[in-house]
Design a protein around this ligand. Structure first.
Ligand SMILES: NC(=O)c1ccc[n+]([C@@H]2O[C@H](COP(=O)([O-])OP(=O)(O)OC[C@H]3O[C@@H](n4cnc5c(N)ncnc54)[C@H](OP(=O)(O)O)[C@@H]3O)[C@@H](O)[C@H]2O)c1
Length: 243
């Protein structure tokens, strides 16, 4: 049976790599992002790829693009929300904080709501999003990024509760640690950085299993509980020093 996936934020990094897995499997793959040249390049090489340019911060344009690609694809099995921005912001520059909220909260919500409603209409579907291990705690060097990821994680949990009330919709929260993509400007500043290939493989496996929450990679799983339990004063001492 022909299957369909839409990935928002598929021009680079994790979204681009996960898209390649589904392209290779022969699925119909709908890719979106702002950089039309990169979308065109992928679509030119693969007959099973369709694309629409979209800026998630332009809510009407974005929902229009999603609706168009959905109608052209003729169905949707998985919706993967990958788009996101994140920067260290030691100076607490307000413009950085605002654009993070616009992309990771306002735009993200518009896409996820659209997908949820499509799945409700269809009576089935799988909604997934890449949040982050940063969703677990507020992080001093990147307040808006960590807060936006916590928002996303809670939002997915809320949708999962709705899904469990008698629908055939699955909801997956994928939370990576550090992945070597353009989002991490300088990978030497981070630890346990994994390749985008490895992260994408694990993401696809988690989607196949329709997992509720998946931490990428395994070693980060061991940090989840300590991160949640470590007292505020201790956490602030460790994380507050980072710039
Ligand atoms: N890399 C990591 O260590 C890491 C760790 C945890 C979570 N994550 C999350 O993983 C997701 C993917 O990030 P990545 O690491 O793969 O970084 P990336 O290579 O920079 O990819 C980000 C993607 O989001 C898209 N995007 C950004 N702003 C957009 C907008 N306004 N409208 C539409 N698309 C937009 C970009 O496409 P255009 O620029 O073409 O629009 C790009 O395709 C993000 O949500 C990020 O927070 C990453």
């Amino acid at each position: 049976m022909k299957q369909h996936i839409i990935i928002v934020g598929a021009t680079s990094g994790i979204g681009r790599e996960v898209a390649q897995h589904y392209i290779d499997r022969g699925w119909t793959v709908g890719i979106l992002g702002r950089r039309t040249d990169l979308l065109e390049e992928v679509a030119a090489r693969h007959a099973n790829v369709m694309y629409e340019t979209c800026d998630v911060c332009d809510l009407d344009q974005c929902v229009g693009a999603l609706q168009r690609i959905y109608e052209r694809m003729g169905g949707l099995d998985i919706f993967l929300q990958c788009s996101g921005i994140g920067r260290m912001n030691p100076a607490l520059d307000s413009s950085v904080e605002q654009s993070t909220v616009d992309t990771n909260v306002r735009g993200w919500t518009a896409c996820v709501c659209w997908a949820w409603n499509i799945f409700l209409q269809q009576g089935y579907g799988h909604l997934a999003a890449i949040t982050s291990i940063a969703s677990l705690r507020g992080l001093a060097p990147a307040p808006s990024y960590s807060a936006s990821k916590a928002y996303q994680a809670h939002y997915l949990e809320a949708l999962r509760q709705r899904a469990m009330a008698g629908t055939r919709i699955a909801v997956t929260n994928i939370r990576p640690g550090f992945v070597d993509t353009p989002l991490l400007a300088d990978t030497t500043k981070f630890f346990w950085v994994v390749s985008v290939e490895k992260a994408a493989q694990q993401i696809v496996r988690a989607l196949d299993k329709r997992k509720s929450v998946c931490t990428i990679t395994r070693r980060w799983k061991w940090l989840v509980l300590p991160m949640l339990l470590i007292p505020n004063c201790l956490f602030a001492k460790v994380i507050g020093r980072k710039k």
